[in-house]
Structure formats: C-alpha cells, structure tokens
Write a protein that binds this ligand. Structure first.
Ligand SMILES: Nc1ncnc2c1ncn2[C@@H]1O[C@H](COP(=O)(O)OP(=O)(O)O)[C@@H](O)[C@H]1O
Ligand SMILES: N[C@@H](CCOP(=O)(O)O)C(=O)O
Length: 310
C-alpha cells in the first residue's frame, strides 16, 4: 500500500472508561482533545515537537506511543515505513484515568489511515482491533474512535463496539487531581475472581446505566454503583475515593474515571451542583489535592484525520 498524503492532521478525544459498573466495556468521549500534525519525511528518523501534557517527560524517539501506533498501522496494511515528523499539542492529562494512552494509540492509527492510499483498510473496526492490542481493553479506544458513549465487548480476542444513545440533557464533569496513577498499577491490584453476587450486581447496574443515559438521568446515581473495581482499588486511588464518596453522598452520580485517579460526574443539572463551568470551592483541597475540572456538554466526536493542504 502506498502513502498518498505525506502531511496529515489528527484530533482525538479524551475518554472515560468503565462509567462505574461497565468495567472494561462502557466508555464515553470527553470534550478535551489532543491535536497532532504528522509528516512523512525522507529519512528514517523521528522529529518530535511536543507542547502541553508530557512535554517534559515523553520520549522523542521510536518508543513514543504515537510513533509505535503509526508503525503498527502501516505494517498492518502493508505500507512501507517512513521517517516521521510529529507536532503534538497534548491537552489530555496523563496517568489520570482520561484515556491518554488510548488517545495516543488512536491518534497514531488515525494518522496512518489519513496517510495511506486506501483508508478503508483501516476502518473503525480495524482501528479498534489494533488499538486494543496496545491497550489490552477496548473501553477507552472505542469512544476515542467512534465518539459519544460506547459499549465495547470482545469475541475471542476480537473487540467490537456499539454506540449508545445519550439523552441531550446529559452532561459530564471530570475532576482531575495533581497525583497520577499508571493504569497498569491500578489493574495489578484487582483480584483474579469476584463473587457471583458482585458480578450479578454489576450486570444489573450496567444495564440500568444504558437505560439511564438514554433519558432517565434521575436513575444515574443508582445506575453508577459498582462492586467490581473501585473498592478493590481504594488504597491506590486515595483522594479520588474520598471525593467520589463525598459527591455521591450529595446525590451526584460520581464514579472513578477509568482506572483513576480522576472522578467523573454524570448528570443533567451539573450547573446547579457548581460543576457546570468551574470548580466549586467546597471541593478544592478534598483528599489534600488541587482538583481541575473539565465540563462536557453534548456528544463529542471520535478521532478525525485529514490530509493537510489538499
Ligand atoms: N500523547 C501521548 N503521547 C505519547 N505517549 C503518551 C501520550 N499520552 C499518554 N502516553 C503514555 O501513556 C502513559 C499513560 O497511560 P496510562 O497509565 O494508561 O494512563 P491514562 O489513564 O492517562 O491512559 C503516559 O505515561 C505515556 O507513557
Ligand atoms: N477499564 C480500564 C480503564 C482504564 O482507563 P485509563 O484511562 O485509566 O487508562 C480499567 O479500569 O483498568
């Protein structure tokens, strides 16, 4: 397969995985995006310019996750490898449960799709399959690719995703602490088996959540209960558990975002709760953290990629 566009622009959203009971399956795109420009250059080298999150720490070589994903996607469709010049504007905080690693992987795959002569070889189903090889679970990659809210599942090792209906009144606020928690660490504390009653509890709540999101916001608090991951992670989540419980006691549908340590709140009256456009003073300092808030209204588009200058 030949490279047809040697300069492409990509935009990819942050995502929140799990949404409470939907461990490794439910997810939602958030209104915070990384933007990248990728050029195929003549040499085999990597040139990398990074602004924003991770600018001080990310590698600027073949080990960069976006580069790895572009390489895997080009190999997957039989395209020749090339040198790469990447300019990244990173807005998604890293290691906070906002799907930054999924966004980087999906950005790389989307860049490759925009570069190749036959982009249908990397359609969304194929992109999800490739991204899940990197991520190990599809709940962030699915909304990063498809946008909106999704349910993802695997058949054997093959992931699939379906779009969920989300009522127009549903908004989200994500509260992001200063501390980080690598997803790998948060997955390592989960037990290999769980009680049958807990699995049944989550199955019921996940089904209820799909119904609540579609237009019954008053059910969101009950629908976001979980027994499969959040409590097991309490020790590593620290301040996020304190904030989540504080918000739930006030009747807000707060959950741990992804593997944490950010907290996601879903609802239809977040403005009234002080979570509409800012950060209520009453939350600052909970768990000894300074929290940043990002508010999303309406459906967020999945990853986009397009040639530049044609
Ligand atoms: N934009 C990016 N570019 C390159 N690597 C990234 C980017 N975003 C995240 N990563 C990599 O992914 C790691 C965070 O992944 P992870 O622990 O899964 O947390 P998150 O919840 O943010 O996805 C970062 O430390 C970094 O190594
Ligand atoms: N289902 C995963 C979600 C991880 O999301 P991230 O944004 O924290 O990487 C999990 O709970 O481990």
């Amino acid at each position: 397969m030949r490279i047809a566009s040697d300069h492409v622009r990509v935009s990819v959203p942050a995502t929140s995985g799990n949404l409470g009971p939907g461990f490794d399956s439910l997810g939602m795109a958030l209104g915070l995006r990384d933007e990248l420009e990728v050029r195929a250059i003549a040499s085999t080298s990597i040139e990398m310019e990074i602004e924003g999150e991770g600018a001080e720490t990310l590698p600027r070589d073949e080990s960069h996750l976006v580069v790895q994903a572009i390489r895997a996607a080009l190999d997957h469709v039989g395209a020749s490898q090339t040198g790469l010049a990447i300019r990244a504007i990173n807005r998604i905080p890293h290691g906070r449960g906002l799907g930054s690693s999924a966004a980087a992987v999906v950005a790389g795959i989307t860049a490759a799709r925009a570069m190749i002569a036959e982009p249908e070889a990397l359609d969304r189903a194929e992109a999800l399959r490739l991204a899940t090889v990197f991520e190990g679970h599809p709940d962030n990659a699915a909304p990063a690719i498809y946008g909106g809210a999704t349910v993802a599942w695997t058949e054997g090792r093959r992931p699939h995703a379906a779009a969920l209906e989300v009522g127009e009144s549903i908004e989200t606020a994500v509260l992001v602490p200063a501390v980080t928690l690598p997803t790998k660490e948060a997955r390592a504390v989960l037990p290999p088996d769980v009680p049958h009653s807990h699995a049944a509890f989550n199955a019921g709540r996940a089904a209820l959540l799909v119904h609540a999101l579609a237009g019954r916001p008053e059910l969101l608090l009950d629908a976001t209960e979980d027994k499969l991951h959040q409590n097991y992670r309490a020790d590593v989540l620290g301040p996020a558990m304190v904030l989540m419980r504080h918000l739930r006691e006030q009747g807000l549908a707060a959950v741990i975002s992804g593997a944490g340590p950010s907290v996601l709140v879903m609802g239809d009256s977040l403005e009234a709760a002080g979570l509409g456009s800012g950060m209520p003073e009453s939350i600052q300092g909970i768990g000894d953290q300074q929290w940043r808030a990002f508010h999303t209204v309406g459906r967020v588009a999945g990853a986009t990629g397009e040639p530049v200058g044609v």
